[in-house]
Design a protein around this ligand. Sequence first.
Ligand code: NAD
Ligand code: DAU
Length: 369
Amino acid sequence: MKRISNRILVTGGAGFIGSNFLLGWMKAGGGPAVNLDLLTYAGNAANLASLEGDERYTFVRGDVCDAELVGELLRRFEPRAILHFAAESHVDRSIASPERFIRTNVLGTFTLLEQARVYWATLDEADRTRFRFLHVSTDEVYGTLGPEDAAFSEETAYAPNSPYAASKAGADHLARAYLHTFKLPVVTTNCSNNYGPYQLPEKLIPLTILNALEGKPLPVYGDGKNVRDWLFVEDHCAAIRAVLANGRPGQTYNVGGHSERTNIDVVTAICDLVDEMRPRPNSAPRRGLITYVSDRPGHDRRYAINAKKIQRELGWRPAEAFESGLRKTVRWYLEHGKWVEGARTGAYRDWIEKNYSERAQMLGLATGE
Ligand code: NAD
Ligand code: DAU
C-alpha cells in the first residue's frame, strides 16, 4: 500500500492563529502544507503573502463543511496530519448571530472527522499509527472561574456559557467520540486567550491598540475586572507543534500563558505603551479614552489554565512574558498600517458599528444605558 506524504492539511490557516502557525512552520522548514480556508470575514490571504511561490505551500479556498471537497483533498494530498484551526471564533458575534457558529464549529468539525475516518481507514497500519487529527480548541469550554478557584485542568468538567463556547465544546465531544469509537488518532488542545500579530481588530487587544492610536474611545465591558490568561500566539504555535510531534492520541492538552490579567489592566497597559511609542501632540494620556460600556451577556468572569500536563509530558512552556509580548504586539500594529487598512473591510466596519454604536439595541437593553 502507498505511504502517506509528509504533508499536513491545515484548516483556517488564513486566520489569526492559523497564519502565525503556517508562517512559523514554513520558516522552520516544517514540510509541505495545504491550507483549506473559506476566507470568511476573519480570513486574510494577505497574512500569507510571503508564502506565495513557495512550492511547499498550497492554498485551497473552501468550506470545512463541504464533505466532497474535504474527501477529495485528503485523497489527493494524502496528509500525515490534519490541524483543525478553522472556526467562527468571536464570542460577541456568537451572541449576535449564533447559527454560523453551530454550522462551522460543530458541523465543520464533524465533516472533517468523518472524512478523516474514511481516509484513515484506507491507510496501512504504519500510516494509521502515524496519522494525527489535531483539534485546536479553547479554554472557554470549561466555563468560568471564581477568583479563588483552581485553574482549568484537563479534568475540569465542561460547562460552556456562550454559543461560541458551546459550539467548540460540541466539536471537542465529537473529536473525543471519533477517537473512542473509531480509534481515529485525535488529540485536542484547549488554549487560553492568544494575542500577537495578525489578530483581527475585533478582539480586545488589537481593537484597543488601534483605537488608542486613533484617539477613539476604548470600550471596556462591564466593570473591566474580568480576567483572561494571555498567551503570545507564537507560544501557542509552539505548543501545537509539540503536540503534533509527541502528543498522545486520545489526550487533551491545556495550553496557557500563566498571565492572568484583568481587562482594565490590559487596556491601561496598552494605553501606556501607545503613549510611549506614539505620544499625542497634546501629551494627553490615552487612559482618558477608556469608556465603560454595557457588559457582554453571560460574560465569563475568569479564565485560567493549568498547563502542567503539556509541560510535564512534552516539555512545552511559554517563552514570552506578557509585558514583552504586549510591547511587541503594540509595535507590530503601529508598524503595519497597510495590513490594518486591508483588514478593516466593509464587513468589519459593519460589525464595529453594530457592536459599539448600536450596542444597547443589539443586546436588547433600554437605550441610554
Ligand atoms: P480567526 O477567527 O482569526 O480565524 C478563523 C479562520 O477560519 C479564518 O481564516 C476563516 O476564514 C476560517 N474559516 C471560518 N469558517 C470556515 C469554514 N467554514 N471553512 C473553512 N475555513 C473557515 O480564529 P483564530 O483566533 O485564529 O482561532 C483559530 C482556532 O483557535 C479556532 O478554532 C479557535 O476556536 C481556537 N482558539 C482561539 C483562541 C484565541 O484567543 N484567538 C484561543 C484558543 C483557541
Ligand atoms: O479564551 C480563549 C478565547 O479567547 C478564544 O477561544 C476566542 O476565540 C477568543 O476570541 C478569545 O475570547 P474572548 O471573548 O476572551 O476574547 P475578546 O478579545 O473578545 O475579549 C477579551 C476580554 O475583553 C473579554 O473579557 C471581553 C472584553 N472586551 C472585549 C472587547 C472586544 C472588552 O472589554 N471590550 C471589547 O471591546
